[in-house]
Write a protein that binds this ligand. Structure first.
Ligand code: DOR
Ligand code: ZN
Length: 449
């Protein structure tokens, strides 16, 4: 099939940085170092950094059912433009992914259209345990513990207990407590300003759900992942559960992710953006935002994912309580984190951990997520000095806007390789080009499933 050599890059491997060449054959990295033979295609990467392609383990690509916001083609074009080579899609499509038959249909759609690799989360409902146990090849099971976009919800304790007692795969939770949300919705019913969103869905609402899911993981010795963690209260709940896991010698494992919008924005953003920056979980205080940075740099939070949740501008422009929650993010997360590293908020090598190595490890991906011989050739070439301003115009997501518009960022992807195929190239100061029309993405394999 293909035979490609990337020459003279600074290569970021799990063992550290090294200068050299990478040879790719038939979609696999076959050599790292000084490659003496020549390839059918060669890319001069002098002065550039070669990273494993970003794995965004939390996106909403909306197909089937809601394709006026995004579909597998538009979403995956956006992904590869941002250096993302693998996405895990959430199950709150229409219909939701609560049966094996529906999952098969989504697989077919993604296979037919995706330029990037993909994994498909299965969706938990209150009464689909039989289907959950039949689902194969998924990165995990997603549980919405409180209402969000779509109609997936498991908010009763006994239903959660049943799932944790029976399902022994990876469980990823949207951790918010529905009872507290309902109470607070009533409490704040008189307010209509978008900022009330953060009051209604407060930090304790999230922390209570983290504690409950954590306890169920602890008791049943499960692998639990807390999606989009955003507050100090949740970090405390997470720490308590982790201590308990050690104290009881439980085989449970609890991991956590944070999204760029909770690292780079806080409640002050409502003033400029209104319902545009309404998302679940909502924007938090500046103190929480800083705490998330500390937790990330300290290793308490394991990884970064975007919760890319596209909605059209006209939908977002509706008043609070009508506007849908969610912001896009799949094509801006890497530049945002490169820029944060450039400004000294974190280390470049840690960003590779949080955005590639760790997601692959947590979700047990087979031979992906790192630059190693024998691993899939999912790569992103980076110009760490390139300075650009984010604009709505350049977004490839069908939603056509970004909450990062106007930000000047230093560090951009200039070439993306998926399974050995060059799918995206940026050679000048424009938005770059998608270089293939083929659906070169494949479903990722999960170890042991
Ligand atoms: O803000 C959000 N948007 N949070 C979610 O939980 C769902 C997502 C969406 O699908 O729009
Ligand atoms: Zn989500």
């Amino acid at each position: 099939m293909n035979d490609l050599i990337i020459r003279q890059a600074l290569i970021f491997t799990p063992e550290g940085r090294r200068e050299g060449d990478v040879r790719i054959k038939d979609g696999v990295i076959t050599e790292i170092g000084d490659v003496s033979s020549s390839g059918e295609e060669e890319i001069d990467a002098k002065g550039r950094w070669l990273w494993p392609g970003i794995i965004d383990a939390h996106v909403h690509f909306r197909e089937p059912g809601v394709t006026h916001k995004e579909d597998w083609r538009s979403g995956s074009r956006a992904a590869v433009s941002g250096g993302v080579t693998t996405v895990f899609d959430m199950p709150n499509t229409v219909p939701p992914m609560t049966t094996v038959e529906r999952l098969e249909e989504k697989r077919r759609l993604a296979d037919e259209k995706a330029l990037c690799n993909f994994g498909l989360f299965f969706g938990a409902g209150p009464d689909n345990l039989e289907e959950i146990l039949k689902a194969e090849g998924v990165p995990g099971l997603k549980i919405f513990m409180a209402d969000s976009t779509g109609d997936l919800l498991v908010d009763k304790r006994q239903d959660l207990e049943k799932i944790f007692a029976n399902y022994d795969g990876q469980i990823s939770v949207h951790a918010e407590n529905q009872v507290r949300m309902d109470q607070r919705e009533e409490m704040f019913a008189h307010r209509e300003d978008p900022a009330v969103h953060s009051e209604i869905r407060d930090d304790l609402m999230a922390a209570e759900a983290v504690a409950l899911a954590g306890t169920l993981a602890l008791i049943n010795e499960r692998r639990l992942h807390i999606l989009h963690m955003s507050t100090r209260a949740e970090l405390e709940a997470l720490e308590a559960i982790r201590e308990e896991i050690i104290a009881r010698d439980s085989k449970a494992r609890v991991t956590a992710e944070v999204c760029p919008h909770h690292l780079f924005m806080d409640v002050s953003a409502y003033t400029r953006w209104g319902t545009r920056v309404q998302m679940n979980p909502p924007l938090r205080s500046e103190e929480d935002r800083r705490a998330m940075w500390r937790a990330l740099n300290h290793g308490d939070v394991d990884m970064i994912a975007t919760d890319h949740a596209p909605h059209r501008p006209d939908e977002k422009a509706q008043p609070y309580r009508k506007a849908p929650s969610g912001v896009p993010g799949v094509e801006t997360s890497l530049p945002l984190m490169l820029d944060a590293s450039f400004r000294g908020m974190c280390e470049y090598d840690d960003v590779v951990e949080w955005m590639a190595h760790k997601p692959a490890e947590i979700y047990a991906l087979e031979k992906r997520g790192a630059i190693r011989e024998g691993y899939a050739a999912d790569l992103v070439l980076i110009d760490h000095r390139m300075s650009r301003t984010v604009t709505d115009d350049e977004q490839r997501s069908r939603c056509g806007w970004t909450p990062w518009a106007g930000r000047d960022l230093v560090g951009w992807p200039v070439l993306t390789v998926v399974n050995g195929h060059v799918v995206y190239r940026r050679d000048d100061r424009g938005p770059g080009q998608i270089t293939t029309d083929e659906a070169v993405g494949t479903e990722v394999a999960v170890v042991g499933s």
